[in-house]
Write a protein that binds this ligand. Sequence first.
Ligand SMILES: Nc1nc2c(ncn2[C@@H]2O[C@H](COP(=O)(O)OP(=O)(O)OP(=O)(O)O)[C@@H](O)[C@H]2O)c(=O)[nH]1
Ligand SMILES: C[S@@+](CC[C@H](N)C(=O)[O-])C[C@H]1O[C@@H](n2cnc3c(N)ncnc32)[C@H](O)[C@@H]1O
Ligand code: SF4
Ligand code: SF4
Length: 305
Amino acid sequence: MKDNYDRPIISLRISLTNRCNLDCLYCHHDGMLPSNLEMTSDEIYRILKIAKKIGITKIRYSGGEPLIRKDIVDIIKKTGTLNFKDISITTNGILLNQYAQDLKDAGLNRVNVSFDTLNPKTYKKITTKNFLKEAKSGILEGYKAGLDPIKINMVVMKNINNNEIMDMFNFCKEYNFVLQLIELLKSENCSDESFNNEYHVDMEPIEKSLEKLAHKIKTRNFMQDRKKYFIDNGEIEVVRPMDNTKFCENCTRLRITPEGKIKPCLLRNDNLIDIIGPIRNNATDEELEKIFIDAINNREPFYDQ
Ligand SMILES: Nc1nc2c(ncn2[C@@H]2O[C@H](COP(=O)(O)OP(=O)(O)OP(=O)(O)O)[C@@H](O)[C@H]2O)c(=O)[nH]1
Ligand SMILES: C[S@@+](CC[C@H](N)C(=O)[O-])C[C@H]1O[C@@H](n2cnc3c(N)ncnc32)[C@H](O)[C@@H]1O
Ligand code: SF4
Ligand code: SF4
């Protein structure tokens, strides 16, 4: 199914919770408004079945920290029964020490792990907690369990970790992880103007130097037109959403908030559509499908000129 801007809707990103065991300086909480409400695993399963019916093929769980949910393995097990092409989680990695193998056995394909630095002091500064060792060993547990590919998400920040890109790339190459260099994003529920002005890094010069080093460059057409740089035997993907019309032109994702609303765009909260209310009031599959279609029809590129 396509939206009114000819963008196919391929992927659903479900935010499982707003809770987190870290408190990162820059966090945009996947664009979610503060709320303590969460859906049950059965309610999530109902949403997944409708998503499958309207042609969504990729499911991503995010948050907050999705692994903080005690029923995360059950959620993945239920997701695994529906034959999606790709089931993934974005996580800070700490609880992978506990769950990596169970998640893999339950049907999880892959994880993206937020890991902005290899330096314990910088890790504490960014996340406000001393869990670098746990995050790193969690990533390695994911590797041992066979989650593949593992992507390392590094939000690049001026005078914090921008001089660590090559160290991080070397760490990634050792295990075949993909490094994702992410531009610091400004949104209504995260870093304010002054934080962004202080730490934002222009990704253009970084991409230019990657271009020179790369022996192959690929563009991900259905993934926000992102570029992947193949360097030596490693891979770096650059995520550059700010003021990027190409990024939004090629956006193929819909989101669900922890409290059960469909969210057509990461950066907007004025066009959410409730789906959990109707589910709790015994709506039929046809009625729920119509709600999804209304949300898709509400989609607009955030940056459009
Ligand atoms: N503006 C914007 N940024 C996004 C969107 N989706 C993800 N991002 C940013 O991209 C970064 C990486 O997100 P992930 O959750 O790891 O997933 P991904 O890289 O989009 O997905 P895969 O490449 O399929 O693994 C995060 O910093 C997000 O804030 C989006 O739809 N819009
Ligand atoms: C909000 S977190 C939720 C999942 C999980 N807790 C984690 O940290 O991976 C999802 C992703 O958004 C990224 N992120 C959060 N705030 C951001 C910002 N202001 N700019 C760019 N990326 C951001 C994080 O680095 C992480 O990769
Ligand atoms: S771990 Fe993820 S959700 Fe938690 S504060 Fe950091 S970026 Fe935000
Ligand atoms: S329209 Fe743009 S800002 Fe909104 S979710 Fe898609 S890529 Fe992100």
